[in-house]
Design a protein around this ligand. Structure first.
Ligand SMILES: [Zn+2]
Length: 263
């Protein structure tokens, strides 16, 4: 290994140790990319992720369903903007992916969201439950978990990049960041992140007028989905210990917001 390569590995490690930030919940996070970089990379990642579905005609355009999902997410976004005013600048967007077998939903950095028809149909999800799913997803983005997961992907990509460089085939940094943002939505959140997103998500939904009790029924329905493979959503959103108990406690706190704002 030559000196330059050794130096670049050392620098990467140093970056891993020192690049930290504090999120909305006051927790220190490992950050290889700033939130702004994550937002920029997610724009391309969003296009790249949706493209195969678009090409196969798998973006759902059913006007009734589109209006339903849009109405729910719009109300949540309104609350997100109050909680974190800088997200007013985000280019929020939601798409419905036509895939009856996949129980999943996500929100990238910068508010780029998707929900799969499998989640809506298999769970027979009510508006309140969809609001809990999307509130939880938006909370991950507000809490900078997207950039955090992207950093994990980046750390891996750094290794890949160093390898590619040694073969004189280094992919561009922007392309790497976009790949990292794409990979990020497939990585599991930590249980700490899950608890943070549960707390912020249920509050966004309650303030938007959605029943907090649906957070409990949603996770119950999710856990009950047996059959073949476990839902995609559960692999990226592992269940923290005592989730149900913690959510029930939150329900009591959130009921006043819900009763005040209920549709
Ligand atoms: Zn989650």
């Amino acid at each position: 290994m030559n000196a330059l390569k050794r130096l670049s590995i050392l620098l990467s490690l140093l970056l891993l140790i020192t690049a930290c930030a504090t999120n909305l919940a006051g927790r220190r996070q490992l950050m290889l990319v700033s939130e702004n970089q994550a937002i920029q990379a997610s724009k391309q990642a969003y296009v790249n992720t949706l493209k195969p579905f678009q090409q196969k005609g798998k973006l759902n355009n059913d006007p009734k369903l589109v209006a339903r999902i849009q109405r729910i997410t719009d109300r949540l976004i309104e609350q997100a903007k109050i909680l974190r005013p800088e997200t007013r600048k985000w280019d929020w967007s939601v798409k419905i992916i036509d895939d009856p077998d996949t129980v999943n939903a996500w929100c990238m950095a910068g508010g780029k969201m998707a929900i799969y028809t499998g989640l809506i149909d298999k769970l027979k999800a009510t508006d309140d439950e969809i609001a809990q799913v999307m509130g939880h997803e938006i909370a991950h983005a507000l809490l900078n978990h997207s950039a955090e997961r992207m950093s994990v992907a980046m750390a891996t990509q750094l290794a890949v990049g160093a390898y590619a460089q040694s073969k004189n085939a280094s992919p561009g940094k922007t392309a790497l960041a976009a790949v990292a943002a794409q990979v990020a939505i497939t990585l599991p959140n930590s249980r700490t992140s899950e608890s943070e997103a549960d707390r912020v998500g249920i509050e966004l939904a309650a303030r938007a007028g959605y029943d907090p009790r649906a957070a409990v029924t949603l996770w119950q329905k999710m856990a009950k989905l047996g059959g073949g493979r476990p839902p995609e959503f559960l692999s990226t959103h592992p269940s923290p210990k005592n989730r149900e108990k913690a959510l029930r406690k939150l329900v009591d706190k959130m009921m006043p917001y819900y009763l005040k704002n209920k549709l």
